[in-house]
Design a protein around this ligand. Structure first.
Ligand SMILES: [Ca+2]
Length: 247
């Protein structure tokens, strides 16, 4: 069951069954959370979130547990995660923390202060350095200042992610990348300077030996970046959509 401030939705086996319009906050009190009161049956794996999961996430969680499917959760294979909430630290156990040069904390796509970084296009970047090998998925949120010709992320000095002169996101030098914009691989085009979610999937794998966020050599990104993730596995299209829908 989810509630996003507009609707209560009830899913059964990952499928939306009931939508009930509702407004206002969920009431709170100090009484204990009780499971199974008055119930004759079995319960398992109860979770509580402070946000409404999307349809894709609900389906992914359901499918993850189905023994005949191999859809994994969105943490599996996550070997680098720069959330950019107050700092440039890596949230994974690999602790490949970024070194901030000039980039400043700014509001994220939800208007939350100090939860993304702003880059000036002149000298700002966040250098991570060697962040492992066999990277098959890279995802991040970005809000470019311009829709053409922006270098965004350096991978290893040769491979890079950029916005080209035709406003397409290109994974330059990647062996066989699929580019997703806002959870869809239908187009790699960025047509405005709003926040967009970019995901690069290339099952060949690349090695981010000189990972640099916001710069490729001395070409600097102008705009905002947030929530950079790298995985050592290729995310499924449904997982990319779920990532896009999360937060
Ligand atoms: Ca963030």
């Amino acid at each position: 069951m989810t509630y996003d401030g507009a609707n209560i939705k009830i899913y059964v086996d990952g499928i939306l069954e009931v939508t009930t319009p509702m407004t206002g906050p969920i009431g709170t009190n100090t009484a204990a959370l009780v499971m199974g009161s008055g119930m004759n049956g079995k319960l398992n794996d109860m979770r509580v979130y402070n946000r409404a999961l999307s349809q894709a996430e609900v389906t992914a969680w359901h499918d993850e547990y189905a023994p005949n499917l191999q859809i994994s959760n969105l943490q599996k294979g996550l070997i680098g995660w720069w959330r950019m909430d107050n700092n440039a630290k890596d949230s994974t156990n690999y602790a490949n923390n970024g070194t901030v040069t000039g980039a400043t904390l700014t509001t994220d796509r939800k208007g939350q202060s100090n939860r993304a970084y702003s880059f000036d296009g002149a000298s700002n970047h966040i250098l991570v350095g060697n962040a492992g090998s066999g990277i098959e998925t890279i995802s991040f949120w970005m809000k470019p200042s311009a829709t053409t010709s922006e270098k965004i992320i350096n991978i290893d000095g040769t491979r890079q992610i950029e916005l080209n002169s035709s406003s397409d996101i290109v994974a330059t030098g990647f062996p066989g990348a699929t580019v997703y914009i806002d959870g869809s691989s239908a187009s790699a085009n960025i047509s405005d300077t709003n926040w967009h979610f970019v995901t690069i999937v290339d099952a060949t794998g690349v090695s981010p030996s000189t990972l640099d966020l916001g710069a490729v050599s001395t070409d600097y990104f102008s705009g905002k970046l947030d929530d950079v993730r790298i995985y050592n596995r290729a995310l499924y299209p449904t997982e990319v959509t779920a990532l896009y829908d999360s937060y």
